[in-house]
Ligand binder design. Structure first.
Ligand code: SAM
Length: 252
């Protein structure tokens, strides 16, 4: 009886907290879209993933990873609860997979999971590396929406999925680690979400650590972040499937 009351109270708290975060984020997204839409990345050299990996990061022989990527892509589940348009662009998951296989990071945090395409590639790379933990945050449209259906049970050991808004959850997750190796932003791709998340994550990013920011073309956030943090290196990638948008890459 008492257990039932505790369960019900927890459930009610979860629903109130969920919808509070959801509506606050929706408000912030509309606000960003109304006032922070301008962007200009024309002063950047635009890279393709292969050029970035080969020329700028000096990765040799990463092409062996292409075969692994093809196999993973072929085996992705057809089950999904988010629109397929949410799935990561090829340039993104290719970059993520190669970086993780090559650098073998320990701690990765990502915001924005949807069906879990990026999570799947990250976790598969960690599985082959036999190293790494992934913390993923997502705030779905409604509490029962199934987040990360592409992530197969064999990948669950290294995966922690946290439901809630990135700007509420990220701070407490970062507190669990003395430093992180990689941060990937792909939640709401608007000005305040990109700026708040990246500035928080950068503080805990280890020297040489990497931040990947998906869809920077929607606002000037990437330019402003660079001005504030002055990272060791910064790059802008042209996306492949989602033509017309860019991915920002920062190395501390
Ligand atoms: C483009 S999708 C992510 C795609 C995923 N990274 C992939 O590679 O397939 C964006 C996701 O961000 C989530 N999202 C939107 N606003 C959020 C917020 N404030 N906090 C956390 N997740 C959020 C959405 O529910 C959606 O699942």
């Amino acid at each position: 009886m008492q257990l039932n009351i505790v369960k019900k109270t927890k459930l009610i708290y979860f629903y109130i907290s969920f919808y509070f975060q959801r509506y606050l984020c929706l408000f912030l997204i509309y606000f960003d879209k109304a006032f922070f839409l301008k962007s200009d990345y024309s002063h950047y050299k635009m890279f393709t993933v292969v050029d970035l990996l080969e020329q700028e990061l000096g990765f040799q022989g990463f092409k062996q990873f292409e075969k692994e990527i093809d196999i993973i892509k072929k085996n992705i589940s057809t089950k999904h609860d988010f629109p397929l348009i949410y799935d990561a662009d090829k340039a993104n998951y290719f970059l993520l997979y190669c970086l993780i296989r090559e650098l073998k990071p320990e701690i990765i945090i990502e915001t924005g999971v949807a069906n879990g395409l990026s999570s799947n590639f990250i976790l598969n790379a960690m599985l082959l590396n036999r190293k790494g933990v992934l913390m993923s945050i997502d705030l779905p449209k409604y509490p029962d929406q199934k987040v990360g259906l592409y992530v197969t049970p064999n990948l669950n050991d290294r995966w922690n999925l946290i439901i809630g808004s990135s700007i509420f959850k990220l701070k407490s997750i970062l507190k669990q680690f003395s430093e992180i190796d990689m941060f990937i932003h792909d939640s709401a791709n608007t000005y305040h979400f990109q700026k708040i998340e990246v500035l928080l994550a950068f503080k805990k990013l280890k020297k040489g650590g990497i931040i990947i920011i998906n869809n920077i073309g929607h606002s000037n956030a990437f330019n402003e972040i660079i001005e504030i943090i002055k990272p060791h290196k910064k790059f802008v990638l042209r996306q492949e499937d989602k033509k017309g948008d860019f991915t920002g890459v920062i190395i501390k």
